[in-house]
Design a protein around this ligand. Structure first.
Ligand SMILES: *Cc1c(COP(=O)(O)O)cnc(C)c1O
Length: 467
């Protein structure tokens, strides 16, 4: 299995190189050269497997022998044994045609654990084997930071530095990052906004001397291995609800198009997915794109679902690559023009092709609260604001054709207790394993929004750590 860049000018790479590279050198994203196919007989044979067994079966062709089979089996088993629920991604039926798939039973209570827990272990193995050491630098407004820190803590070949905007992340999210007592974890609170944090990270990656000196690495949602790990739960739900005989639809709260693109991957592999329904918050670039065939950047507005407050959906480039018939040069041109003008029109034929599979709905804060309240009234379940957008999109996108719709629950309600309480009057408690979160000591360095100061801090801590 080889991976090619969506912009056509970077070398094709094997799995382990794509894992560590993140972004391709031509600015593109890596995708598999061709999709492994699952036959109807394969899908039937998956019935009754445990999550980790299924995960191994689905991911093995993508790894392409670059991690020895026995080691990969162990890594996948360990990854999903770290989840609190025995089913890893349990399904709950909400009504006659709607299910909720709970993806928040990992260590940090958000779906990002499903992929990042695997990534941490894969990095550890590949780096040890190569005798290499990397410095992971990232910016977070909440969920990504805690999931990445939990995944890379105590891994000897890695130091992780996570930037968050000082005073601008929720207390639960901050504490999930700053209370991790591991010598290779460094939290930096920047006196600035999330955009300032992102700009600092970009500037560090663009400083090639610094980048090479510290061997910088990124684990944001464009990393191929994250997509690969997410494909598994789409297959899991489809098989549980009757694939290959019965088709299925998914409704996904998404901003970066990372989660739902994995659903597209499952469909390319042969899973009978009839529809993929995008749920956006008020930052609705994706909903506008699927409604018009045009992508247009607007300014980010804060919402009750902060993990979807983004302006540019990076992973959409992977879908566009297929819509542009995998023509890397055409993609490079389209993306350059998008960057210049802040807009991109893909043309009617491509838009129709996208519409044949994707549907998209927008849900503002008021509708989000209403969706939380309504589900609570009907079923007694508490859901977080991101998951509520998935459930709302599932209802809006249901076609009355009897096809089951699975809404993806991407965060535990206790991660966003204020919104849940506002909608229902009930404050969801933290699960027992996090119950003492507010008593644990915090470790964080507050730094000015200044590139040199941040670089000096990272260089100093990194060199001490490696010594
Ligand atoms: C990251 C995140 C999302 C959005 O994920 P995408 O990569 O944009 O699809 C949705 N919900 C929660 C809780 C998240 O943490």
């Amino acid at each position: 299995m080889r991976y090619v860049s969506t912009r056509g000018a970077a070398p094709a790479l094997a799995f382990d190189d794509v894992l560590l590279a993140g972004l391709a050198r031509d600015g593109g994203l890596y995708v598999p050269e061709s999709w492994p196919r699952l036959s109807a007989a394969d899908l039937r044979s998956f019935s009754g497997l445990e999550y980790a067994e299924l995960a191994e079966r689905i991911m093995t062709p993508f790894v392409g022998g670059r991690v020895e089979a026995g080691v990969f089996t162990r890594i996948v088993r360990e990854t999903y044994a770290a989840f609190e629920h025995g089913a890893v991604a349990p399904l709950r039926q909400l009504d006659g045609k709607t299910w909720l798939m709970e993806l928040f039973h990992g260590p940090t209570l958000a779906f990002k654990d499903v992929a990042l827990q695997l990534l941490g272990r894969l990095y550890d193995h590949v780096l040890r084997q190569r005798g290499q050491h990397v410095t992971i630098v990232g910016a977070t407004s909440g969920d990504t930071g805690s999931a990445a820190i939990e995944a890379f803590r105590d891994r000897p070949a890695v130091e992780i530095f996570m930037l968050h905007p000082y005073g601008r992340v929720s207390e639960v999210q901050r504490r999930q990052m700053t209370t991790v007592a591991a010598a290779n974890v460094f939290n930096i609170a920047i006196e600035g906004t999330f955009d300032d944090c992102q700009d600092l990270v970009k500037a560090m990656f663009n400083d090639l001397a610094f980048r090479d000196e510290l061997n910088l690495s990124a684990v944001n949602s464009i990393n191929w291995a994250r997509v690969m790990a997410q494909i598994v739960y789409y297959v899991w739900a489809a098989v549980a609800l009757g694939a290959p005989e019965r088709p299925i639809a998914f409704a996904v709260p998404t901003g970066n198009f990372g989660n739902i693109y994995a659903g597209y991957g499952a469909r390319q592999m042969g899973v009978p997915i009839e529809r993929l329904i995008v749920g956006s918050n008020r930052n609705d670039i994706l909903t506008r794109f699927f409604g018009s065939g045009r992508m247009q950047i607007e300014t980010v507005q804060p919402s009750l679902s902060p993990s979807m407050d983004i302006q540019v959906s990076s992973n959409l480039e992977r879908l566009l690559f297929d819509l542009y018939d995998r023509d890397g040069a055409a993609m490079a041109q389209a993306m350059a023009s998008f960057r210049r003008n802040g807009q991109l029109a893909i043309g009617d034929a491509r838009w129709q092709a996208a519409r044949a599979l994707f549907d998209a709905y927008r849900c503002d804060d008021k509708e989000t609260l209403a969706a939380i309240a309504s589900l609570h009234r009907q079923t007694g379940e508490l859901i977080d604001p991101h998951s509520a957008i998935g459930v709302a999109a599932a209802h809006l996108g249901a076609k009355g054709d009897g096809i089951p719709v699975v809404a993806l629950a991407t965060a535990h309600p206790a991660k966003f207790p204020d919104a849940v309480e506002r909608a229902t009057g009930q404050r969801p408690p933290l699960p027992a394993r996090l119950a003492d979160l507010f008593d644990r000591p915090e470790r964080v360095e507050i730094l000015p929004n200044d590139l040199r100061a941040v670089q000096a801090y990272i260089r100093d801590r990194r060199l001490k750590g490696a010594a």
